[in-house]
Design a protein. Sequence first.
Length: 459
Amino acid sequence: MTRGYLALALVALAGCVPMGEVQRLDADTGATAPLPVWSPGAPNPLPPARSNADMTRDFLELGFAMESGRPIDAFSRFEGPVAVVAVNPPSQQAITDLDRLIARFRTEAGIDIHRTATPSEGENRITVDFVPRRQMQAMVPSASCFVVPNVDGWQDFVANRRSTAIDWTRVVQRTRAAVFIPADTTPQEIRDCLHEEIAQGLGPLNDLFRLSDSIFNDDNFQTTLTGFDMLLLRVWYSPELHPGMTRDQVAARLPTLYNRLNPHGRGRGGAQVGITPRAWQQAIEQALSSADGLSARRESAARALALARSEGWTDNRLALSLMLVARVAPRDQGEEAMQALLQAADIYRHTPGGEVHAAHIDMHLAVQALATGQSQVALDLVQRALPYATRTENAAFLASLQFIRAEALAQLGQTDQAERLRLDSMAAARYGFGSDAAARTRLDEIARIGGAAHRLARL
């Protein structure tokens, strides 16, 4: 591994760039015109691929605890139709993404949910309030977006922020919830927040790092709701369950529900995963945090890997630990980081949903290949990763892969095809990175790597 490889890996997984104007100058009239908008096509999520026994266990862990570990004593959900109200949406794109999500809830999870500007008196409702990021972080510094029960909007939340009314562990029958999303961020981050926070407002409030096939996982590789997630929500809203049931009562009904709704998962043994220690979760969170310095993140990643190995894990928890160690490795430990990445990729490829994580690793390996002039290797790696970027509707990931592909084609002398690919990928890049300028910045980063390798090959 070259020294520049991990530096680019950090760039490729960096946070979103602030959103700006998305316009261009019309050459004929001199007027500004909208740039092409990215559309992901028909939803095609990865299907649930684990046993029903595993998914029953996961349902209970997700449904009867908060992310903090606080227990939830009673099963909780909405009863009856749910209205979704959007407040201060920053763009038509946000509404389009919200409507697409609501349609998925209806068709894939069977939830009676609709969007409206004026909910009926007493109707169950979820308010989606778009708020300036600075205003949100002044109140909840650690959250990029979040969901709160029993409030109708930002001012209602501020007025009740110290009230027990917004304590999810006290909610049994849900009637109101509010989702808060930064208005001044990229379209993709808005879309991702819509998926995760509305899904939590409807269903489970916990996240589990070991769920590589779910959006209910703080590693953020799954950016839209998966087949596992929609199946979970379909079970959550099945008529056999109702608010107020205890964990044991729900557990008694889940096997029958999953066997009926997911016949492919019948009769398969469940994996023994063991308890995930809080110390490992904290180490992972600190390794992922951009607020901590690089040395602190390295220490946290190393601690997570040591804990994973001491637990004897061979699943995606070990893979995530290995991947984070590679991401923050010092420049003089490139070979060790490469081996950690390859080991992580091998684990992910044998884990349901882990194909998405492995595809991200392929992107980093493709960058390495591009940087060393191995153009065909870069193309092969990109080709293997592209289906997962497409299925997860991850525009930033998709655009990055296509930019890498374009540079590899340019290295092979296919300059016209490379230029067409760059232009065709800009709509996804704008959606993922937030503006035409931010998209071109990412394009230029990758072009510099490809160009440097090409120039070295000519010396």
